[in-house]
Design a protein around this ligand. Structure first.
Ligand code: NI
Length: 158
């Protein structure tokens, strides 16, 4: 496994539409392993393949200690709304207020190319929406209410 370089906003690869994954290969398995390692190392809860420069429809998410791989994901159901802070590893040190569905059901292939469905609420629902949009070249800045803000540096306790 290896840490890959995370592309940041302004890199045009983040604005491109990703290609469908047709089959699992050793190379794609390595990519998925690297995406998890890169996401965990950066302290994120989700990462999409274009963020490491690969235009394939692959997302990894881990919001609560359970890792999910979503290949060729399709959101098939949403309900409710949630409004809150959202960030992205491709915009380090920034966040914005974004409204998303509070419930999402997504259909995707796992790392063995088995079709499955995943349901999520709150942060997981937000992460699924955010990461799936990366596959169509969309960043959360397109949805923010108000200004893009700087994350305050953590104040050290005495
Ligand atoms: Ni992102």
């Amino acid at each position: 496994m290896a840490i890959r370089t995370i592309r940041t906003m302004g890199d045009e690869i983040l604005e491109k539409k990703c290609r469908t994954v047709e089959e699992m290969t050793a190379r794609t398995k390595d990519l998925i392993d690297d995406m998890f390692e890169t996401m965990y190392e950066a302290g994120g809860v989700g990462l999409a393949a274009p963020q490491v420069g690969i235009l394939k429809r692959i997302v990894v998410i881990d919001t609560d200690g359970t890792p999910y791989v979503l290949i060729n994901p399709e959101i098939i159901e949403t309900s409710g709304t949630q409004t809150g802070q959202e960030g992205c590893l491709s915009l380090p040190g920034k966040y914005g207020i974004v409204t998303r569905p509070n419930y999402v059901k997504v259909r995707a292939y796992d790392e063995n190319m088995n079709l499955y469905e995943l349901e999520g609420t709150e942060l997981l629902a937000r992460a699924i929406c955010h990461e799936c949009e990366h596959l169509d070249g969309i960043l959360y800045v397109e949805h923010i209410e108000g200004e893009l803000m700087d994350v305050e540096p953590e104040v050290e306790e005495e």
